[in-house]
Design a protein around this ligand. Sequence first.
Ligand SMILES: [Zn+2]
Length: 445
Amino acid sequence: MNSLLIKNGLIIHADGQREENILIQNETIAAVGTELEYSSETQIIDASGKWIFPGVIDPHTHMGIPIKTGSSADTFATGSRSALHGGVTTILDFTVLEKRQSLVNSLEARKKLAGKSLCDVGLHINITRFTPEILEEIPRLISMGFSSFKVFTTYKEAGMMLSYDEIEAVARIVGAHDGVLMVHSEDNNVISAASEPFADRSKTDPRYHGLSRPPEAEAVAVRKLGEISERTTCTIYIVHLNTAAGLAETAKYPLLKVETCPHYLLLTEEVYKKEGGRMFVSSPPLRQKTDQEALWRGIQNGQIHTIGSDHCPFCLADKQAGLPFQEIPNGMGGVETLFSTLLAQFLQRGLDLSLLSRLTSRNAAEIFGLEQKGTLKAGTHADLLIVNPKSLSTVQDEALDTILDWNAYTGLPAIFPETVIRRGEMVVSEGRTQVSSLGLLLKSV
Ligand SMILES: [Zn+2]
């Protein structure tokens, strides 16, 4: 039996911080406490003066998803390696529903790709088509352990949108079986009206991307989804919330769970004016400073529950200069810098580190039913990070473990973990990734 003792670290639990030791046996935490018994074969890590966080759960990634002109730039293999280097031991990604495919078949196809992941991986089920057959599959998928579904209130032209009535029908079934419905919440009518002036596709400036997807689109959609959550008693999880107006709506509906992303917390629409501003095009777009500060308030007052990277990276050549703004591939990478940049921000803003622990691990585990994740206690998976509080630096491209040639967060303050342990295996040591086993496909039941 492999046995590892991490002693004298300050554990950043979801409910407070305590100096305790952690005994790991194989993949699992055997005990947490101040006086632990261990054998002479136990390997010991002295974490004096260090912080120990639960392994980060990134509830929102898109590894290698097809787009019109190819696919997002990370595969499960490359993206999960970056994830581990940044302290993310679990990613939750999405299935891709092809034309005429069943939900179960879309899951099986995606599982094959996700099997290459080095971190543990769960899959949300995308529902981008509304038929009686699809609805019938939902309870079956939940009984198979896949209980989170995602729908879109926009992307009508791409054939991905469900109407609010259709979303309500899905929510009724998902809610009745204790699942979670995730929603990309931007109202399609608001976007269509705002996009009208640019329909001729002559505009290349990325600023038009923001103008064509105004904040009201989020506020309108969130309100309608809040009402649906009340009528159906289904937990609705708003992905990538990004506006003050949208956040204000979420406060009215207790069944809504709210995710935001590092790019909305760390960047604003000002970056669109920079040389290469097109690289920052993602949907929903970046917003104003006032929105950003509202999101930070939402984090402090508990209105925001999780932070997902929405990792969907593209390389420089994927977003050529001179493309009409509508044709710039949407998305940015962020899984590797998610935790390190947020930790630096939390310190700068003097925020409670247990709040960070909840936002980056515990809350996602609770919402998505991952009972073996998110808490450092006996019986759970041994996923954890050891962080040296004195190692504040900045994001440097050459220090990242990535295949990507562009990063949105370069130069921002960051504290990367020194050591990352995923189910008992030390996958990052002294900041270097070395992984000898694959991730586990996670289920919620
Ligand atoms: Zn996304």
